[in-house]
Ligand binder design. Structure first.
Ligand code: HEM
Ligand SMILES: *[C@@H]1O[C@H](CO)[C@@H](O)[C@H](O)[C@H]1NC(C)=O
Ligand SMILES: *[C@@H]1O[C@H](CO)[C@@H](O)[C@H](O)[C@H]1NC(C)=O
Ligand SMILES: *[C@@H]1O[C@H](CO)[C@@H](O)[C@H](O)[C@H]1NC(C)=O
Length: 473
């Protein structure tokens, strides 16, 4: 009996050793970038997502950058990944969008958003969907249609908040942006609708990049459930609209219904449902996080607040009618505000990673990245690089002065290339309007929370509770 048992143990050990060896040394037609694949299956997932407190680059990236240089390999949520902090390579990736590289936020994310989503579609269909979205959210529409509506919604919310003792800003801003986006997309009105669309997006971020285990209790499972309900709600709205085709609501759904109705349209119903779903998600989470970051930074830096207030009060002084709505020209003249927003995105990094998949073997600086691997761009590594932004951990909006003409190369707050953020103008207008009314009409203080935690996404673990009061009261 014993020899057989020992033999079995020996075989098992061999198998495990072989498995570990293969995990650590993935197949490659060349030399892999340096790095460690961590332990089998889990890789370095736990280290990568472990939380830290500062605005600085994550310790995970920092340590590996020191040890391996600007290009290194790892394994996250079950997939091999090469992390790039090489700006030249980053720009190459953006240029090769849809050719050598494709958007791919790991299996979990792609399964949640589905293969008919804007994020999964490539080539001319992707271009076509982007142009549809630009019709809704781009500068032209903003200029002609959205400005006053956005401003009035912002004013209404600020007024509401000033009647409360304490407002958790991240959540309150999310509600404000969510309501506006859902209204412009599908004329959704939370007060009138029995199903709460927003609830389906709660905790969404947790499961987006995770092990794709569809088992009750996992973050991935919760994400899929939330998506299913949201898609059903959007589909019901679409079906209702179809039965009363002559009534126009002035929203995105009008636009896509017209498109769907065209003969030879490449748009399908499934694409429409997923597009609206992606847009709702992309809008409110990033914008509200950015707003909370900006308020936190500005509150902590009184000279910035003073300059910001001056810029917005000057706008009011120049007006014939103080109570008129903000015009596009006024918005465009708010240079310091734009510097504050850029600086907050640079230092705050609400979008801390950008992920792609290689479509072929990539040869770079003597290394080979095998086809099918993930490549992660790391915007904070560029934004916090002292050779690109002097004294990088200091919040200093004035650093943007004079570099307006050429920030592109080193600023990735909204991504880059053919897949850069389609909502950047929308977000900037929303943030600017919020700041305009906040600094001209209100004073405020942070009464609780305000600590920032990163995982590496931005979190406010005990919120950002602030009290806002009308000025001169
Ligand atoms: C301050 C707020 C925002 C930040 C920091 C931000 C950041 C980003 C970044 C970094 C990307 C590139 C992702 C990649 O390359 O993989 C992106 C893409 C995108 N963003 Fe935003 N975003 C913001 C607001 C918005 C808003 C308001 C919308 C409104 C609809 C939006 C919609 C999108 C969409 C649809 C994409 C994908 C574009 C494509 O794949 O062609 N974003 N965003
Ligand atoms: C897209 O996903 C659906 C269901 O998840 C599947 O049936 C279909 O084959 C997929 N299509 C492609 C092109 O992968
Ligand atoms: C689609 O087009 C047909 C004919 O052009 C029209 O009768 C119908 O009302 C349209 N439906 C929608 C939803 O616009
Ligand atoms: C902020 O960054 C954008 C690039 O996303 C740039 O176009 C703009 O000029 C910058 N604003 C200022 C004031 O530097």
């Amino acid at each position: 009996m014993w020899p057989l048992f020992l033999f079995a143990i020996a075989i098992l050990t061999l198998c495990i050793t072989d498995c570990v060896y293969r995990w650590r040394n993935p197949k490659c037609n060349g030399k892999l970038p340096p790095g460690s694949m961590g332990v089998p299956l889990i890789g370095e997932t736990l280290q990568f997502f472990s939380t830290y407190k500062s605005n600085d680059l994550s310790p995970f990236i920092k340590q590996r950058m020191k040890r391996y240089g600007p290009l290194f390999r790892t394994s996250l949520v079950g997939r091999p990944v090469v992390i790039s902090i090489d700006q030249e390579f980053n720009n190459f990736i953006f240029q090769q969008e849809g050719k050598l590289f494709q958007l791919w936020y790991m299996d979990s994310f792609m399964k949640i958003f589905g293969n008919q989503s804007l994020l999964a579609l490539q080539g001319y269909i992707h271009k076509y969907l982007r142009s549809l979205v630009f019709n809704l959210l781009g500068p032209q529409t903003l200029k002609e249609k959205l400005l006053s509506e956005m401003e009035l919604a912002t004013m209404k919310h600020l007024q509401l908040w000033s009647n409360q003792d304490s407002v958790e800003l991240k959540e309150a801003a999310a509600t404000m942006v969510f309501n506006l986006a859902a209204k412009k997309l599908i004329s959704y009105d939370e007060e009138k609708c029995s199903q709460k669309l927003r609830e389906n997006f709660a905790d969404f971020r947790q499961g987006l990049i995770s092990f794709p285990l569809n088992i009750p209790g996992t973050p991935f499972y919760k994400c899929l459930q939330g998506k299913k309900k949201a898609i059903t709600l959007i589909k019901n709205t679409l079906d209702e609209r179809r039965t009363s085709p002559n009534k126009h609501h002035g929203d995105f759904m009008d636009l896509v219904l017209d498109e769907l109705n065209k003969t030879n349209s490449i748009l399908t119903e499934d694409m429409v449902l997923h597009l609206i779903f992606v847009l709702i998600f992309a809008t409110y989470e990033s914008t509200s996080t950015s707003m909370a970051l900006i308020v936190k930074f500005v509150t902590d830096h009184p000279p910035v607040l003073e300059e910001l207030t001056k810029e917005h009060e000057t706008i009011l002084q120049k007006r014939e009618n103080v109570d008129s709505r903000i015009t596009w020209e006024e918005f465009k003249s708010m240079t310091f505000t734009s510097m504050v927003i850029n600086e907050s995105l640079r230092l705050g990094n609400p979008a801390p990673l950008i992920l792609r998949k290689t479509m072929a073997d990539i040869h770079i600086k003597g290394y080979t990245i095998p086809a099918g691997w993930a490549v992660m761009l790391c915007p904070p590594a560029v934004h916090l690089d002292p050779t690109k932004f002097a004294d990088p951990l200091t919040f200093n909006p004035w650093r943007w002065k004079g570099i307006e003409s050429n920030p592109g190369k080193n600023f990735m707050g909204f991504g880059g290339g053919a897949r850069s953020c389609v909502g950047s103008d929308f977000a900037k207008v929303q943030i600017t309007f919020f700041l305009h009314h906040l600094v001209t009409k209100y004073r405020w203080k942070i009464i609780q929370g305000g600590d920032i935690l990163r995982d590496p996404g931005v979190k406010f673990p005990n919120g950002l509770h602030f009290q806002i009061l009308e000025k001169h009261k």
